[in-house]
Structures are given as structure tokens and as C-alpha cells.
Design a protein around this ligand. Sequence first.
Ligand code: CIR
Length: 252
Amino acid sequence: MHFTNAILRVPAHTCASGLTTVSLGKPDFARTREQFTHYVNTLSDLNLTVTVLPANPDFPDSHFVEDTAVVLPELAIITHPGAPSREGEVATIEPVLSRFKRIERIRNGRMDGGDVLMVYKDFFVGLSARTNAAGIDEFSEIVEPLGYRVHRIEVSAGLHLKSIVNYIGKNTLLLNAAFSKHRAFSGFDRIVVASDEEYAGNTLWINDTLIMPIAYPRLLERLEKHGLPVICVPTSEFKKMDGGLTCLSLRF
Ligand code: CIR
């Protein structure tokens, strides 16, 4: 797993009208843009080629591009987002991804890319409020012939699987206590995120560098011991809209 590219979308001025389950107040648009720029620069500094798409004010959640596709070395799968207000986002991602990859689609079932964790040839896919069994079936039909294994993981709390479980290199998963004993993850070393720092469990692994949210000191200390470089970035405005670091880009 080595990433050379990232696709992102500039947050729209409508971003405060997106979906959220938390009560942290409305995101400030100027700060959202600043934090987004910081994120883009961080990926560029890690030598990714970034494609930054223009803001799409018709879709206030559209900067959370991760949910619109799953990108594999062999192809890209355009999802069918679970939230009706986000369905239309895929139309503008497909032409961009088709410059890089052959395209497949989730047609009838539902799937958000935030539920799909790829670790080499294994996919852990959350069965969640946004991704249903039919979506996972369609996904499996596309990827299993390519030699991937698909593991379904029930997500009862949290928005997406990757809100809670992420790969951080060195055969290690970062996850919450509820998932730490899950059978599907038994082949990995596991670092458990404390419940009051759970948001930072959405840490982003880019080619053996970790990008984590600022202001989670205990997790930072733990991740520094993990032995990979750690970069902390501001995320307060994304957090207000249930967004974390993985959801702001498609990486491949
Ligand atoms: C939503 O509820 O769809 C957005 N406000 C947040 C999406 C976050 N996506 C992700 O973590 N992959």
C-alpha cells in the first residue's frame, strides 16, 4: 500500500448546512477553509500529487470526498452514499477518477467510503447507518475476483467504521475499546483509543507517516511510541460536522 495521489474538494460556503450528529456548534467557514488548506499542504508535503476540486455549494458535505468512492490499485468504485442529501455528490467525482482508474459502481445497495478500510488485500467494511448489506454484497462481487477478502463489521455506534477503526502501519490498528477484541481484527496489533479521545482514532496513515488531529495528547504520546513520524493538524471545524481526517481525501 503506497499512495501517490489524493483527490480533495474545497469546502463550500454552505458547509454549515451539512449533516451532523454532534452538538458542537456551527463550523466557521473561514476557519474551515484554513484547516482544509492546512490539510492539503500536509498531503503535498508528503509528496502526494493532490487534485483539488472546486467547491460544490449544492452539496454542503461534498468536501468529505472519501464517502463518494473506494479506490484500489486496479480500479475505482463509485459508491451510492447512504444519506439521500449526499447521493448527487458522486456525479462530479466519477469524471475525475476516470482519469486515473477504470470505474465500477455500487448501484442498488448503499455504501459510504468512510465505512471501507483497506489494509493491503483485506477490506473491512462497516455495516452501518450509511452502508447496507446489499451495498457490501455488490462491493464484494467487484473486489473478490481481484483477490481481496471482504470482512463485514457491524457498526452500531459512530458514523462510519473509520470513525472508529483505522490502519496505522506496522500491522497495527487504532480502534476503540468496543472493537479491540473483535475477531476480524485478531491478526493485528491494536492500540486502543480512550473514549474521551475517540475522535482522534480517525488518524490518517500516509506511507508510514501518521496525520492526527491536534489536541489529543494521550494518543499523541502513544502514537509517538509506535515509531512512525506523527503530524498534528487542526480539525475543529470538521469535527463539528462529524468529519475526520480520512474523510477529506481519496488516496491512491
Ligand atoms: C456526513 O454526515 O455525511 C458528513 N457530515 C460527515 C462525513 C464524514 N465522512 C467520513 O468520515 N468518511
